[in-house]
Design a protein around this ligand. Structure first.
Ligand SMILES: C[S@@+](CC[C@H](N)C(=O)[O-])C[C@H]1O[C@@H](n2cnc3c(N)ncnc32)[C@H](O)[C@@H]1O
Length: 239
């Protein structure tokens, strides 16, 4: 890890890894390089930086389902930005049987199959901003009634347009579980997420049931990084 006295923007964080005799520097956002090494993603984000988002959000979703008198076994989940399958695994542990993963990186699909085989009913490598007709038809066929998007919005990862396409695949009244960095919901946000969420709440496109601020993980200097976890229901398509 860099010296703790240095702090970096979240999209500039890096670490070095020893491979044989050589050290290699990898940026946190070079997910392909991290997924390619078995166990590296878990060692970096979970053991060293204490990431808690998939566990926290699957528990949070479960609690909201119970309040609504529903259960995970009735969900057909689209896990967008699924990575190597940690959220899918948490959902399966909580009784969700039907989870389909999608990620933009082939390395993520390979890592999910290698590290958590059988977690996903199917896993698709897709660019949600440029779906082919066949891909759209295939995704529609799943009749998803839940969308999870964990630790994957913003920071050069999933942009608002990509989230919108996934949201609009959901059946009406479908469940949504997402996490987003606190600042992305501020008035000053320029990513487009704050406006999209604010507008969707105002016009009834999205009903937020509950939101909680929690510690997503540590930064490389040991400072806590806080995210907002949101659980809600889709009421209409996003425009
Ligand atoms: C920090 S990882 C989170 C993985 C997983 N959700 C978890 O909680 O362990 C973010 C993931 O989002 C994916 N991603 C980034 N941009 C994307 C896009 N436009 N469409 C789909 N996935 C994307 C990345 O490839 C990466 O696997």
């Amino acid at each position: 890890m860099p010296e703790p006295s240095h702090s970096y923007d979240q999209d500039a964080e890096w670490f070095v890894v020893k491979e044989g005799e050589n050290w290699r520097e990898i940026r946190f956002h070079d997910y392909s390089a991290i997924y390619d090494v078995p166990g590296l993603y878990e060692q970096l984000f979970y053991e060293t930086l204490r990431c808690d988002s998939p566990r926290f959000m699957s528990e949070f979703l479960d609690a909201e389902l119970v309040k609504a008198g529903e259960s995970g076994s009735g969900l057909r989940v689209f896990d967008l930005g699924a990575g190597n399958g940690i959220m899918g695994d948490e959902l399966r542990r909580r009784g969700v049987e039907f989870v389909v993963g999608a990620d933009i990186l082939p390395a993520a699909e390979e890592a999910a199959a290698r590290d958590r085989p059988g977690t996903y009913r199917a896993y698709h490598v897709l660019d949600m901003l440029n779906l082919t007709e066949d891909q759209r038809h295939m995704l529609d066929g799943y009749r998803f009634n839940a969308l999870t998007c964990i630790a994957a919005l913003g920071f050069g990862d999933i942009p608002p347009g990509c989230f919108r396409t996934a949201y609009n695949l959901l059946e009406t009244d479908g469940w949504v579980a997402l996490t987003i960095k606190e600042g992305f919901l501020a008035e000053t946000d320029t990513s487009g997420f704050a406006t999209m969420i604010r507008e969707s709440l105002r016009d009834g496109t999205f009903e937020m049931l509950e939101s909680r601020t929690y510690q997503h993980r540590l930064a490389t200097n040991g400072d806590p990084l806080h995210y907002v976890g949101i659980i809600g229901r889709k009421r209409k398509d996003l425009p």
